[in-house]
Design a protein around this ligand. Structure first.
Ligand SMILES: Nc1ncnc2c1ncn2[C@@H]1O[C@H](COP(=O)(O)OP(=O)(O)OP(=O)(O)O)[C@@H](O)[C@H]1O
Ligand SMILES: [Mg+2]
Length: 363
């Protein structure tokens, strides 16, 4: 006979890998049902669980099969999320991550595309928004640049825009909605106002993550956008050069000014891996800049992304490198990055869930 209490005891002290608290402490065990030789565990965990789902399921399986060897275990996880209904925009998008940099050309769009793809590989519903009006990259990174964007006129006279879709990921670009001549006229603060209007007009549907590829820089447009959009947090992309430090500092200051959490700094183009000798690393732009600046500015360092020919080729050919099964190292680098960012997102969501209801309007 399988004993329910024994099952609960066996799994009670299993920790949520991100929150480092036990299932009992988290009040996560909602139900346990037993039928013949199978047991079903119902958990409720802090959203988003995609990146930890496998790990938790494995830990539960191990714990239960240690006491009952011949048993079938099924783990069902529902997600716990704070109330998003008070938001003005993007009420159906659970987590919005801005990928930003003070400087252009550091690989923001490449990181944003791969991050989106990495999250999507875990089974999450993901969208990418390219905020660059003048030179959108996401349609190219997803091989969608030739496709027209669907804009539908609604009965009340407003227009709704529907993102394109590739590899199960939704992709939209501000440039796709703004007519070419409009983009040239609307600049600066005006453009930012325009953006927030556009935000209400893009129909993303339900999303677990929206990755926002922010235009480079820390000017009015970026500041207004970060204020108007309910960002979960920001990932700052930099290169190892000494000179990039000042830009990172400016980016971080901008987000802190509007109380957006810095999820961390990621260093791109850290070293070059020659394709004919993948065990070698050449630190072309110097070593350790991203880590140093993170320590200096007291933010998490999320990791180094090597400079690789395959990544550049993938970006150009319309398939983020993380989706390519032949991309060993680079694939793992982005999966690890997504995992680390997800840990930070879950810690933040957990913190908000614990706040008294009155204070939930933090974002
Ligand atoms: N790790 C990498 N390895 C190889 N090529 C890379 C890597 N990261 C980015 N690139 C390439 O470098 C160029 C610039 O990258 P990307 O467009 O992502 O930068 P960005 O910061 O978004 O630029 P912008 O400021 O213009 O928006 C692209 O051609 C891209 O494919
Ligand atoms: Mg870009």
């Amino acid at each position: 006979m399988i004993d329910k209490v024994e099952i609960v005891n066996a799994i009670a002290n299993i920790e949520d890998p991100d929150l480092k608290k036990s299932l009992i402490e988290l009040n996560a065990i909602k139900d346990v049902t037993i039928e013949n030789s199978s047991v079903k565990i119902y958990l409720e965990l802090v959203q988003p669980v995609f990146t930890v789902y496998e790990e938790i399921t494995r830990r539960i399986n191990d714990a239960i099969t240690q006491i009952y060897s011949d048993i079938e275990v099924e783990v069902n996880i529902t997600e716990r999320m704070y109330d998003l209904s008070k938001r003005k925009v993007l009420k159906k998008v659970k987590n919005i991550v801005a990928v930003a940099s003070g400087k252009g050309g550091v690989g923001k769009s490449s990181v944003a595309a791969n991050l989106a793809a990495a999250f999507s590989l875990t089974g999450a519903r993901v969208g990418v928004l390219d905020g660059d009006v003048y030179g959108p990259s996401q349609p190219t990174m997803f091989g969608l640049s030739e496709q027209p964007f669907e804009v539908v006129e609604m009965p009340d006279g407003t227009t709704m825009a529907f993102p394109l879709e590739k590899y199960g990921i939704k992709v939209a670009s501000m440039g796709m909605i703004l007519q070419k001549n409009e983009a040239a006229i609307v600049r600066g603060p005006l453009l930012a106002g325009y953006f927030s209007m556009l935000f209400e007009q893009i129909e993303w549907g339900e999303l677990d993550y929206l990755i926002f590829d922010l235009p480079p820089g820390t000017g009015d447009v970026q500041l207004t956008l970060t204020q108007k959009i309910p960002l979960t947090g920001a990932v700052i992309v930099t290169t190892p050069q000494e000179i990039a430090v000042a830009d990172v500092r400016r980016s971080i200051a901008m987000f802190r000014k509007v109380n957006v959490e810095i999820l961390g700094v990621v260093e791109n183009m850290s070293y070059f891996i020659p394709p004919d000798d993948p065990n070698k690393k050449y630190y072309i732009f110097g070593e350790g800049g991203g880590r140093k600046v993170s320590e200096e500015l007291n933010v998490d360092f999320l990791g180094e992304i090597p400079f690789e020919i395959l990544t550049r080729e993938s970006n150009d050919s319309g398939m983020p490198v993380v989706l390519r099964e032949d991309a060993g190292t680079q694939r793992q680098v982005f999966l690890n990055l997504a995992h680390k960012i997800n840990t930070k997102i879950r810690l933040r969501n957990f913190k908000i869930l614990q706040l008294p209801v009155m204070k939930i309007s933090l974002e």
